[in-house]
Write a protein that binds this ligand. Structure first.
Ligand SMILES: Cc1cc2nc3c(=O)[nH]c(=O)nc-3n(C[C@H](O)[C@H](O)[C@H](O)COP(=O)(O)O)c2cc1C
Length: 189
């Protein structure tokens, strides 16, 4: 493969440096920063301009109910101690957001809308990272539970949960690796 120079631009650093954050400092980031991120999220590429996304700002009462629901689900699957451990960990998360996508009967439209929502989440995440705020995108079992849909106040025949996003100031930033570029590129004549 032809050699190239790895970009060190501010955008490149932002994209490469962003990490999924699991551990947060306790103070919640300002709502205004989250709203700025949502404003940018909606500029994601979006075939047919369906703008299928909704951003659900989850307040403390709803967050507590999600923590309870998740602890319950984990306790059912792995036992009471695992459920309580999960409750403690989740209760420490400072910021909560869910992203949902409009459902479509057309499978192609549904796939393209899902893709657009994923692009929107990346826009949002990169803006927050630029502001010193980390995100974890979760698609754990709780996000597929009917009670989760009830907590969000959505009908699963109309909307699909794309992700539950935690956000906050990182307490630690994990390291990640990616495959070298020459392993993921296929050159065609
Ligand atoms: C669609 C999607 C779903 C994800 N769901 C989870 C999840 O349920 N639990 C989790 O710990 N991380 C989840 N992640 C985060 C990935 O684990 C994370 O992106 C991966 O480990 C790479 O780390 P990085 O984001 O720091 O590069 C999800 C990411 C994506 C894109």
């Amino acid at each position: 493969m032809e050699s190239f120079t790895v970009s060190e631009s501010p955008l490149a650093e932002l994209i490469r440096g962003r990490r999924t954050i699991n551990l947060f400092q306790p103070e919640p980031p300002p709502l205004a920063t989250l709203l700025q991120a949502i404003e940018l999220a909606r500029w994601a590429p979006n075939h047919k301009h369906t703008e299928p996304w909704t951003f659900h700002l989850i307040g403390p009462q709803t967050a507590e109910r999600i923590v309870d629901l998740n602890a319950q689900l984990v306790a059912q699957a792995k036992g009471a101690a695992a459920g309580e451990a999960k409750r403690t960990r989740w209760a420490a998360v400072p910021g909560w957001l869910a992203v949902t996508c409009e459902c479509s009967d057309d499978p192609l439209q549904a796939e393209e809308d899902y893709a657009a929502c994923c692009c929107a989440i990346q826009n949002l995440t990169l803006h927050l990272w630029d502001a010193g705020i980390g995100v974890k995108w979760s698609t754990g079992a709780v996000t597929r539970d009917p009670a989760f849909y009830e907590l969000l106040g959505i009908d699963r025949s109309e909307r699909r949960v794309i992700g539950l996003l935690w956000y906050g100031y990182p307490a630690s930033v994990p390291e990640q690796r990616r495959k070298p570029v020459d392993e993921i590129v296929v050159e065609l004549p």
